[in-house]
Each structure stands twice: as C-alpha cells, then as structure tokens.
Design a binder for this molecule. Sequence first.
Ligand code: SF4
Ligand code: SF4
Length: 380
Amino acid sequence: MNKIENLLNIDVSSVDPSVEADRTLTVCNACRYCEGYCPVFKAITYRRVFDNPDLDYLANLCHQCGACYQACQYAPPHEFGIDVPKALSLLRAENYARYAWPQRAGKLFQNNPTWLSLITGLCLALLMYLSNASVSIDETTDSGNFYSIISHSVMVAFAGLTFACASIALVLGMRRYWQAITDKATPSFSLAALNKAVRAGLNLTHLSKHNQVGCPGDSEGPSPWKRYSHQLTLWGFLLCFVSTCTATAYHYLLGITAPYPYQSIPVLIGTLGGLMLLSGTSGFIYLKFNQRRAMQMGQLQLDLTLTTSLWLIALSGLLLLVLRETNAMPALLLVHLGFVFGFFITMPYSKMVHGLFRMLSLILFYAETEDAVGDPAGSE
Ligand code: SF4
Ligand code: SF4
C-alpha cells in the first residue's frame, strides 16, 4: 500500500491503534486547520513522523472534547475518515496497559475491567472481615461505630497495604511513561512550564476554552456538561480523600476516635465530597449512554468501569453515613470498603491513569513550547 492509499480511510476496527493514530495525525499535520484547538495540534507541528512514544504522548494530550471532529472536513463519510478523538482514544486504552506495572496486571485488567475491580474489592472486604474474627456484629451495630465490625488496626492494615500497592504501581507506571515520551526530546524544563501544566490540567483549561465548539455530543452546539461532570468528580474525589486524612489526624493527633458527629469537620467534608462525586459520575454515566457519539469512542468499558466504581463508592459511602445507626450498617460497611479497596488496587490499570499521563504530557508540552511566542495552543 503506498503513502496516498495509506491516507485514505481504512477499516479502523481491523488495524493497530498506533497505525490508525499515525495515519490520522499525518493527515492533520498536512491540513493544520485545527491548529488552535488544543495542544495536540501544536505538538504535531514539532514532528514530521510519529513513533510509538510520540503517539502515546499525543494521545494523552487529548481530552476527547470532540471539537476537531466536529470541525473536520475529512471526517466520515469523507473517504479519509478522519476521527482524531476516536483514534487517540483507542490508542490511550492500549497504552494504559503498555506502561502499567506490572504489565501483565494491566493487560488482565484491560480484558475484564469491571469484573476484576468488583471481585477484587469484594474479596478484600471479605478477607478483612474474616481476619477480624474476634468482633461480633451483634455487639454495637446501633452505635454507628464502624470499629465494632472491623477493628481499627485491621482496617488500617488493609487500607495501608492497598494504598501502598496502588501508589508503587502508579509511580512505576508513570516513570515508564515519562521515560518513553522524553526519550528523544530534550526540552528545557522550568517552573513556569510546570506551573502552566498543573493549572491547565486541574482547570481543564483547554476543555473550557473550546466549549464554544463542544464536547463529543450528538449536536453541533457547545456543551459544558462534560467539563462540569469532570470537575465535580475530580474535586469530589479529592474532598473525600481530604476527609479521610482529616479523620486520621483526629484519631492519631487529637486522640478523638470515630464515630464522628454529623457536624464534625471530617463528616462535613466527606459529605460534600460524596455528593459532588455522586453528581459528577452520574453526569458522566448519563452522557455516555445518551450520546451516540460518546458510545462510539472505543473506551466505553474502561470509562464505565471507572465512573461506575466511583459512583458506587459515593453512593455506598453516603448510605453508610445516613444508615450508620441501623442494622444495615455492617453489610453497608463491608460493601463500601470493598468498592473502595477494589478501586484503589485496580487504579494503576484503569482510566484514572489518563489524569496522571495527561499531566506528564502537559509538562512536556509546555517545556517544548516554552520558547514559542505567547501560548500558541491557546491555553490561557
Ligand atoms: S481534524 Fe480534520 S480539519 Fe482538523 S487538522 Fe485534522 S484533518 Fe484538518
Ligand atoms: S482535545 Fe479535543 S480538539 Fe484536541 S485532539 Fe482531542 S478531541 Fe480534538
């Protein structure tokens, strides 16, 4: 097949995602109509050919807003069949496993994300319950005291082990990714570039700027809902984490033990975080099932596993809070802890990795474009 034939539309389902991403971005690099849309289009101008690490870097710069697809004169039914968000989405799904540590776990998760997350979590919860044999469920279930079901030391041991495993796997996966994408590049890193990358990553700056063009919906018009859902999910998740840290500080630094009253700081922060997480993930699930375009993006199962896990964590956490003084508390506690541990242990192989890979890609992007005049990708 010659170069011209390569640029024509090919059956995406039958080709390697790297080959399709290469074909797509080669057409874009000649066209450059979308140059101001997002960092992807600026970053391709620094490259004439795309090898695998380049493509992975570009794939993680994309946040799948769909703006370029809606603007593209070569999108299907044109014979070139250019669909940048879909090509990069399929490649991202593959590279989460490629850089995962251990890689075998990444591949295993990719084939069965939902079941692996749920079964691992529920097994951990069961194991935790069984290793807590001295505690009787009938003793104090009406007091709202979780430690009457799982002792504090057992809970801390399981949480610590799960968190440590997830952190090690995440850090090693990020290290692999960073080494690959910076292998050829020799950009000058600076605090300014780091600052721009962190701000753009946390604020979803590029998604916001191009809301005039829209998210991957079925309509031609702009839609802010993906950004709203994303921010509610992100900040809700972080607030839940802060709530857990605050409760830990209460326990170890102030000597105040759980259960904490509804008006206490850990419960207030946790409730706000849980509600935000529940609303954000509900928004994502609604968008996934109600936008034909979103369902064609090629990462549906990975997306849904992540959003559904977070949705279940938020819902079970809020139910646990409301029903903590009833007989439903022991079962709810085990189910909630199962969802939480299942989420953390599979996090290094899930779509959660995209947030971290995207941040690393943005750091490289701003370092690469540091000397350019202004901010050519239109981020600020
Ligand atoms: S997405 Fe389409 S219009 Fe935009 S740069 Fe690529 S080929 Fe050109
Ligand atoms: S971020 Fe949006 S505009 Fe940029 S490549 Fe992805 S879908 Fe296209």
